[in-house]
Design a protein around this ligand. Structure first.
Ligand code: ADP
Ligand code: F6P
Length: 324
């Protein structure tokens, strides 16, 4: 029989993402509408272990839907990856009367949620990461805002790059996942797109293509490089030395994680947050809310974490045809 849930907690964990506040707001207001009490757990699992827990009501989330970051703050917590830390986390939940928790974060955060579920605390995950690297879902909260922020920045760099007839390397976020780079590469009309999942390290081939492009009269040469490949500054120096074309590197960095969320991020986050609170109200546990093939669904956490995600080969192949 499903456990009766009276009070739920909500936390954000791992890297923040624009739209997390919209998700928190939806969790809080939906839970209240379902007759549940809501507690905010500050700073992810670190705040859970430190018992940084606050009561939340409808007004706690007023004026937040348009704000980037997360009002609950976020953290990474090594201690929670240990069985002792997880046991302590479950005990803290019980002590504060928390029967279930909505965990908004990425794969790492969901592993924690899976552990907490197995210790009797009902957990539901909501995918929040700018990287779009969660296998079970076609959408993650924050990607749309981040990729648009990066795209606008690259458009600006392109203007100055063309004026100076330079080559520009722009490094976008994504240590293991190249989706931001791939989408910017397509959306910005880049000449090169370097993804951690695909780059073969053949810098000489890039140099040859830059020289060819210049011969054909191309005024700029935009290389979108993913963080996971990195070394943008040294790559720029080598390209300049080999081609004689002035080359500059720009690392966009954490600006991509901030800012007011796009409408898409706000709406998807609201629907996913609401769905998570409803699932807890129904006594469900160990599920992730996902968006798959045009529908919102929920999936067993362990099944979801066993899925693998690679860059879409179709998108990559199209991008490779459009760049040159
Ligand atoms: P993300 O959720 O964005 O993937 P991380 O991988 O940094 O970010 O994970 C966020 C937090 O989730 C970690 O700091 C840790 O507290 C918790 N976590 C990660 N992996 C595990 C695990 N295997 N077991 C329990 N908790 C984990
Ligand atoms: O997972 C989101 C992300 O922004 C990645 O793209 C990036 O590699 C990582 O987080 C950076 O983490 P930190 O904020 O710890 O530098």
């Amino acid at each position: 029989m499903a456990k009766q849930v009276k009070t739920i907690g909500v936390l954000t964990s791992g890297g923040d993402a624009p739209g997390m506040n919209a998700a928190i707001r939806a969790v809080v207001r939906t839970a209240i509408a379902e007759g549940l009490k809501v507690k905010g757990i500050m700073r992810g699992y670190a705040g859970l272990l430190a018992e940084e827990i606050i009561d939340m009501d409808s007004t706690s989330v007023s004026d937040t839907i348009n704000r980037g970051g997360t009002i609950l703050y976020t953290a990474r917590c090594q201690e929670f990856t240990t069985p002792e830390g997880q046991k302590q986390g479950a005990e803290v939940c019980r002590k504060h009367g928390i029967d279930g928790v909505v965990v908004i974060g990425g794969d790492g955060s969901f592993r924690g949620a899976g552990k907490l579920s197995s210790l009797g605390i009902n957990c539901i995950g909501v995918p929040g990461t700018i990287d779009l690297d969660i296998a079970c879902t076609d959408y993650t909260i924050g990607f749309d805002t981040a990729v648009n922020t990066a795209m606008e920045a690259i458009d600006k760099i392109r203007d100055t790059s063309t004026s100076h007839e330079r080559c520009s390397i722009i490094e976008v976020m994504g240590r293991r996942a190249g989706y931001i780079a791939l989408w910017c590469g397509i959306g910005n009309g880049a000449e090169e797109i370097l993804l951690p999942e695909r780059y073969d390290g053949d810098e000489q081939a890039i140099i040859n293509r830059i020289i060819e492009a210049r011969k054909k009269g191309k005024k700029h040469y935009i290389i979108v490089n993913a963080e996971g490949i990195g070394h943008s500054a040294s790559m720029a120096r080598r390209i300049e030395a080999a081609t004689g074309i002035e080359t500059r590197a720009t690392i966009l960095g954490h600006m991509q994680r901030g800012g007011s969320p796009t409408c898409k991020d706000r709406v998807y986050a609201s629907i996913m947050g609401a769905r998570a609170a409803q699932l807890l109200a129904q006594g469900k546990s160990n599920r992730l809310v996902a968006y798959r093939h045009g529908e919102y669904v929920d999936i067993d956490i362990h099944e979801a974490l066993a899925m693998q995600k690679d860059i879409s080969e179709e998108q990559y192949q199209i991008a490779m045809k459009l760049v040159r």
